[in-house]
Design a protein around this ligand. Structure first.
Ligand SMILES: Cc1cc2nc3c(=O)[nH]c(=O)nc-3n(C[C@H](O)[C@H](O)[C@H](O)COP(=O)(O)OP(=O)(O)OC[C@H]3O[C@@H](n4cnc5c(N)ncnc54)[C@H](O)[C@@H]3O)c2cc1C
Length: 311
């Protein structure tokens, strides 16, 4: 119900109660959010940060493509920027290139296509990465030797009290699937510094990347992408494979036959089964190769987001 009740009554946010989270994630697993807010814009987000009770846990949701939600849902406030903070604008361009300004709730794939349409190169790697620019910043998303760090000019962030700050890639400490985001801060937008490119050439590069993806990844099934981080000098999928777990299944949660670091939902997987599968893979890999795998994905529990070192 809009702005009329809940922990943060305000006309600048839409506030919904008991919202199913599974449809808002790519894995399609999990229970309800106690509250879900959609701020009307940057001002609405700032007002929400200033007025919402600090004792309620808060989670910023992007495209939910790096996330496993607990079957019992989340007993706090999910902030969703995808409906209102999703503009993609060419801020400047000349013969050498340009600057693309993108709000955090914009889809990563759409961002890549807008850059291409404007003859701006450097975001082709994003064409097959699901989710939003906010999530891509938080995860320093990357593929095919490129990542957000390599193209980010700067990002605008909001702190827990609703004030705006600007940070560049170095200040954000972007590294492999990592960002030094201060606790409670939210990405609002990003500016990407892109070189001039030829739209058809960028399109063909995207096609090539997406073809490789289709060959290697189980895109027909719901998943959250790579479950584990690649340990130094190794690929998590090879370690899981070597431990004999390719295709292993608990209920409807399965280690993909196609890519052993993608765990797929065959239809009605529960978070319980997915977590059992994760722990099985972790233990078997430790026994088989002596490597301790850590999660790339986050697990949203009723109390908040659970992550592992490095993320
Ligand atoms: C089929 C498939 C393929 C994938 N391929 C790749 C790949 O090639 N490379 C890669 O890097 N990843 C890949 N991923 C993983 C995932 O798509 C990326 O990590 C993506 O960038 C996550 O974005 P999201 O918006 O979905 O984030 P979410 O899953 O919604 O959130 C991820 C984290 O970001 C935080 N977050 C989201 N928005 C904000 C914000 N505005 N401010 C602050 N924090 C925020 C969340 O709180 C959470 O901690 C893949 C996933 C799938 C399902």
């Amino acid at each position: 119900m809009k702005g009329s009740h809940g922990p943060c009554s305000d006309l600048t946010v839409t506030m919904l109660e008991n919202v199913p989270l599974a449809p808002l994630t790519t894995l399609k697993i999990g229970g309800n959010a106690r509250w879900l807010v959609r701020p009307s814009g940057v001002k609405g987000l700032s007002r929400y940060c200033r007025t919402c009770p600090g004792d309620l846990p808060r989670f910023i949701l992007g495209g939910g493509s790096n996330l496993l939600v607990d079957d019992n849902g989340f007993h706090g406030v999910v902030v969703d920027l995808t409906h209102t903070l999703n503009a993609i604008v060419v801020e400047h361009q000349d013969a050498h290139g340009g600057i693309l300004r993108v709000e955090a709730g914009a889809a990563t794939r759409k961002t890549a296509h807008v850059a291409r349409q404007n003859g701006l190169a450097g975001l082709a790697f994003m064409a097959g990465i699901p989710g939003t620019i906010g999530g891509a910043l938080r995860m320093n998303a990357g593929a095919y030797g490129c990542d957000v760090k390599g193209v980010l000019l700067d990002a605008q962030l909001m702190d827990a009290t609703g004030n705006l700050h600007t940070r560049n890639a170095q200040e954000l400490g972007l590294a492999y699937r990592h960002c030094d985001l201060p606790k409670g801060w939210i990405f609002v937008s990003a500016r990407f510094h892109l070189a001039r490119g030829e739209s058809e050439a960028i399109k063909s590069q995207m096609r090539d990347y997406n073809h490789k993806r289709t060959q290697a990844q189980p895109l027909r099934y719901p998943s959250a992408g790579s479950v584990f981080r690649n340990p130094a000098g190794a690929a998590a999928w090879q370690l899981i494979d070597a431990a004999g777990l390719r295709g292993h299944r608990i209920g409807d949660a399965q280690i993909s036959e196609k890519h052993s670091n993608f765990f797929v939902n065959l239809g009605a997987a529960s978070s319980l089964h997915m977590e059992e599968l994760i722990e099985l893979a972790r233990n078997r890999v430790a026994q088989h190769s002596g490597v301790q795998l850590t999660l790339e994905i986050g697990i949203l529990t009723p109390q908040g987001l659970r992550t592992e070192p490095g993320r």
